[in-house]
Write a new protein. Structure first.
Length: 232
């Protein structure tokens, strides 16, 4: 766990989240993550359904070796057992259960662990925003970005009491501008970086543009200072 800044603050202030498999075929997970994280990735999520527990745990530890040097986070996918063995700061659920089920899942996590899930439609969005067990959301960025627009309306990124959310999809420069216009200030990507010829350069391009948006918005500056003051 990063002791210099609270996990909640890190989740709020992160702008670029990367979802990657363990890159078993290419065998270059460490090199790839080094390129992506030094390019501006704030949170690394290992997500490979069907991967054996020990192999996924090894991948998470590799990711932590890279991310921790830059004071960034590593996210576990779906598994309470992996979250416990890894000592996860953040966990993502592909399908969030009902409130009672979420409470049971959270009971096995650390006190400061942050739990998130993905909103794939407006019903998901409102349910997850209203559930006290969910700390952050990935919001599916469909071709029309309608759900992103809705998220920006009901959970404005610059509002101090809004849950952090990330527009989740694939983004080149033009699509990122569209997402920003729709109200997104954080994004989660996969193939944008995992298939990039130069993942460092691509991450740098995305992160710099998001950083520019944050730096020119006084309300996001206010959010930054408020988040840094909160060490929960």
């Amino acid at each position: 766990m990063n002791v210099l800044i609270g996990v909640g603050a890190q989740v709020k202030l992160a702008r670029l989240l990367l979802r990657t498999d363990a890159r078993t075929r290419s065998g270059d997970l460490r090199q790839f993550l080094e390129a992506a994280v030094t390019g501006g990735v704030d949170i690394v999520q290992i997500h490979e359904p069907g991967l054996e527990h020990e192999a996924e745990l090894a991948a998470l530890r590799t990711a932590w070796d890279v991310a921790a040097r830059h004071r960034h986070l590593v996210m576990v996918s779906d598994s309470a057992a992996l979250a416990a063995d890894f000592g996860a700061d953040t966990v993502w659920l592909s399908q969030a259960p009902d409130t009672a089920g979420l409470a049971d899942f959270r009971a096995g996590l650390g006190r400061f662990t942050r739990l998130g899930s993905t909103a794939r439609d407006a019903e998901d969005l409102h349910r997850l925003l209203g559930d006290p067990s969910i700390d952050f959301l990935l919001v599916a960025a469909g071709s029309d970005l309608d759900l992103v627009t809705t998220a920006a309306e009901v959970a404005p990124v610059d509002a101090l009491d809004s849950k952090p959310w990330y527009a989740a999809g694939e983004f080149d420069a033009d699509r990122l501008e569209q997402a920003i216009a729709a109200g997104a200030r954080r994004i989660a990507v996969g193939e944008t970086l995992t298939l990039a010829e130069d993942p460092h350069r691509m991450a740098l391009r995305l992160s710099q543009r998001l950083r520019e948006v944050w730096a020119t918005d006084p309300e996001l500056t206010r959010l930054t200072f408020a988040a840094l003051a909160d060490q929960s």
